[in-house]
Design a protein around this ligand. Sequence first.
Ligand SMILES: [Zn+2]
Length: 291
Amino acid sequence: MAKRRIITFAVLGCLAVTVWAMFSNWRNRTFASFRMPEAVQVDDSTYSFRDVTALMHLLVGKDSALVIDTGFGLVDLKGAVQQLTDLPLIVINTHGHFDHTHGNWQFGGAMVSYKDLETISRHDNPQYLKENFLGNPVMKFLLGAEMVDKVCNQPSSPYRPLPKSMSLDLGGGRVIRLYEIPGHTPGSIALLDEKYHRLYTGDMFCSAGVLLQFPESTDVETYLQSVRYAKEICLQSGVEEIFPSHPDSPLPVSVLDDFEKAALRALGPDRSGKEIKSKTSVYGKAKLTLK
Ligand SMILES: [Zn+2]
């Protein structure tokens, strides 16, 4: 009996060691500091990169190139970009959350909505990040304590506020137009690539769900108006795919219909015919987390 127990413990011990080794290996590969991220080619002048969970996008024109979001700052995004283009770089953040702005230091700064300057300065504070996002045991286990420290303590860099509207000519007929779509944060923006009919939408319409519960998030009515505005932009500009700043990307523009219905549902029975009782509102492929 004792022998059998010893064998069982030995097998379980081996299993635990193997699982831990596999997990550590995955964690080291996934979160290896300053590795070169792999570029996913959308076409011969458009690329996406991944950094932990965030997506960054590169749009290359004839005279300059646009970097949309810079992720956690843990990968060598600038190095990866410079492997693809030596043109002058313009860097824009879709909004002020740290998982999209913490790589700005690599580029010496970035532009972000004037409405998100308060959010971005809060997210630049290591203590705030630890207390509100990364200091919990789950994140420490997943990322490792050392990586949590690295994410929280990325060097800060200057921000230039974006104007209310803007057209950015990258050359070669590639014009990028800025639209304000408040919701997830007050300064959330969409960037329309007029030449390729694509809309870059940050965290406003993500397949994993949209978070509207932050102190800086707008009310649902404002979010609803932004969904409808994005739908209108897509319709007017022949956009068939949107490019969020978290996987999956791209998403078909039809997902905006689901986000519209989810927002209506969140606004109560008089708007959608159905009442929601929880802090989430789901419709089709859209999920909203509410205050
Ligand atoms: Zn965000």
